[in-house]
Design a protein around this ligand. Structure first.
Ligand code: FAD
Length: 592
């Protein structure tokens, strides 16, 4: 192997690698680093982006989302969303080594047992919460809160659910607005919402002070480039090509199956195509939008779509790009007019951050989350009405009319599972992420399904991304109900004492119709595009099996957010890390 392998030139590249990882983002760099742990194997990563330069927009927690539309962001756009006033949704996605972990809001949490066990119900043995727990722990470097913070915020935890020596820091923000955090927790409790004992133990329900992927020693972002790439970057068996765009996976027939021979890439649309050969496996980790795009461009996807673009069909797989799910959010604005502020000047905040590693600059996304199952939010009568309405729908009723029967069958299976599990109230239906002056309302289990379709044979062309937000009207119903719950929270004395003035949706929006209208004008992506190469049986529109192998291909796995079959009630990053950590063991043939 050539030395100094950090960024290799074509001259130093090997002709063949044991593993070629397509996309050095969040899951891709994680799995690649773990595979490179074996010095006997060679690993090549091909990543469309480059390295971040540790700019403040990346590292400082209060700068989150400032990297939108930067060189590190694909900045995709959806097609106009018919049911939300034809708005085009801008979709940030990492185009950088470390992917989403370099851009994300740093919220670091997990879903409930029920969310992951639902994946097993969809035909995937080995993916229960208890199967994933060793991998959550392998990734997590949990930092227990200082005693005074734990007492103040009533933070409790069970060490057996946490990793203490993993790669990603999971630490509690040291700074909070005391009035709003106490007010929010007390308001929740008054409405019967418990303080979660440890939201990482498989019961992520109730209100809790959450951790962030932040290194508490420096109070800067802990991300996959630092955690996984840096330690292996100079190993001679690990190579990475940056600013190279994968254009195609090259297949050849092998008996009844097909096999990956190599991977094709290019620097730009007009530059020459270059190929590299794959000895053992190719691993596709280009994310919820990128991975179906590459599969389709390579001839694996819905044959109707491929034929319309004159792409030779290698495998007809209707599920590639189908089943698109996302957590959509709405921002409820209520100005707490008499809430005391921290009163710090920007200079004082800066000094606190640089010198004491505390202050408002240490807080990224919200540090206080509430996850509510239906009954906790709205009582048994609403729960029954909502579940009954969902049961009464036929599976295909709100899917797009040209949905393939296998994808409809997969949705029908998801519907049965969601109906049962949501009715059991052991998974969250809504999330509220509280910050002073505004609260995000985030639907956790949308019933609408969208798609990602390429629009040309070139992976340089923007794909058609259609979330189909609100195509299932019950998605609006739950959000209306969430607004009503939130108003109740603001009406408790714990928050009303700060004299809230509701700005959006506003006091005039009292009817379901008026609140729905507001939802339509504000619904936006929560950046969790996933589920587009679902891990499910092929007859259910699945793309990969429970070993993450693409059906019908002997040596291709998908490892990223696209394999999630049913979106879990959580922010996705710790789950994607766990998937990648588990995938590395699956590839190495280890059983957990
Ligand atoms: C702005 C933002 C905020 C978020 N906030 C949070 C949060 O606070 N908490 C949380 O838990 N989650 C959050 N998430 C979600 C979470 O970070 C993502 O779900 C997760 O990182 C996705 O990981 P992935 O491996 O599937 O994809 P990615 O990390 O996106 O990796 C895909 C990689 O493939 C590369 N790629 C794509 N196509 C090609 C190609 N043709 N050739 C070569 N390379 C290619 C991309 O450049 C990218 O690096 C956020 C995400 C974003 C974008």
């Amino acid at each position: 192997y050539p030395q100094n392998s950090q960024i290799i030139s074509e001259r130093d590249k090997l002709a063949t690698y044991d593993y070629v990882v397509i996309g050095g983002g969040h899951a891709g760099i994680t799995v690649a680093a773990r595979l490179a742990g074996d010095p006997k194997v060679s690993v090549l990563v091909i990543e469309a982006g480059g390295l971040d330069k540790s700019e403040e927009i990346i590292t400082v927690p209060d700068q989150i989302l400032k990297s939108r539309n930067s060189e590190y962001d694909w900045s995709f756009n959806s097609v106009p969303q018919k049911n939300v006033n034809n708005r085009v949704i801008n979709i940030p996605a990492g185009k950088v080594v470390g992917g989403g972990t370099v851009l994300n809001g740093m919220l670091f949490d997990r879903a409930s047992i029920s969310d992951y066990d639902a994946w097993v119900d969809l035909g995937n043995p080995g993916w229960r919460y208890k199967d994933l727990l060793p991998y959550f722990k392998k990734n997590e470097r949990f930092v227990e809160p200082p005693k005074d913070l734990a007492e103040e915020m009533r933070i409790t935890w069970d060490p057996k659910y946490h990793g203490y020596e993993g790669k990603t820091y999971s630490s509690f923000p040291p700074w909070y607005n005391k009035e709003i955090t106490h007010g929010w927790i007390n308001a929740n409790e008054q409405l019967g919402v418990p303080l979660a004992f440890d939201a990482y133990n498989g019961t992520a329900l109730g209100v809790f002070y959450n951790t962030m992927s932040v290194d508490p020693r420096t109070m800067t972002r802990s991300h996959a480039r630092l955690a996984y790439y840096e330690p292996v970057k100079n190993q001679s068996n690990f190579h990475i090509l940056m600013r190279k765009h994968v254009t195609k996976i090259l297949f050849k027939k092998k008996g009844k199956n097909v096999e990956v021979e190599g991977v094709e890439y290019a620097e730009s649309e007009d530059s020459p195509r270059i190929t590299v050969k794959v000895k053992k496996e190719a691993i596709l980790s280009a994310g919820g939008i990128g991975s179906p795009r590459i599969l389709q461009a390579s001839g694996v996807g819905p044959s109707k779509l491929l034929k319309s673009l004159n792409i030779p069909v290698v495998l007809d797989m209707p599920g590639v790009g189908a089943n698109l799910q996302d957590h959509a959010w709405n921002t409820f604005l209520s100005e707490l007019t008499t809430l005391p502020t921290h009163g710090l000047t920007p200079e004082e905040a800066e000094t606190l951050y640089r010198v004491n590693k505390t202050g408002p600059r240490t807080v990224g996304g919200s540090n206080l989350l509430t996850f509510l199952p239906l009954e906790m939010m709205s009582g048994p009568a609403y729960t029954k009405k909502y579940i009954d309405s969902y049961k009464a729908q036929s599976p295909a009723q709100f899917l797009s009319t040209d949905t393939h029967p296998s994808v409809v069958a997969g949705y029908a299976a998801q519907k049965t599972i969601l109906t049962k599990r949501l009715a059991r109230n052991d998974m969250a239906a809504s999330e509220f992420s509280a910050a002073p002056q505004f609260t995000f309302i985030i639907q956790q289990h949308p019933f609408s399904r969208g798609h990602v379709h390429i629009t040309s044979p070139s992976t340089f062309t923007a794909p058609e991304i259609d979330f189909r937000y609100g195509s299932n009207p019950l998605d609006f119903d739950i959000l209306v109900e969430s607004v009503r719950w939130l108003r109740k929270a603001y009406a408790t004395p714990h928050l009303s004492k700060y004299n809230p003035v509701e700005i959006a949706p506003g006091p005039d929006a009292t009817s379901d119709e008026a609140i729905t209208e507001w939802i339509k004008t504000t619904m936006d992506t929560m950046f969790h595009s996933c589920c587009t190469n679902a891990m499910m049986p092929k007859g259910l529109g699945g793309v990969v099996d429970s070993q993450l192998k693409v059906w019908g291909v002997s040596n291709l796995r998908v490892v990223d957010a696209s394999v999630i079959p049913l979106i879990p009630a959580t922010h996705l990053q710790s789950t994607v890390y766990a998937i990648a950590e588990k995938a590395a063991d699956l590839i190495k043939g280890k059983k957990n």
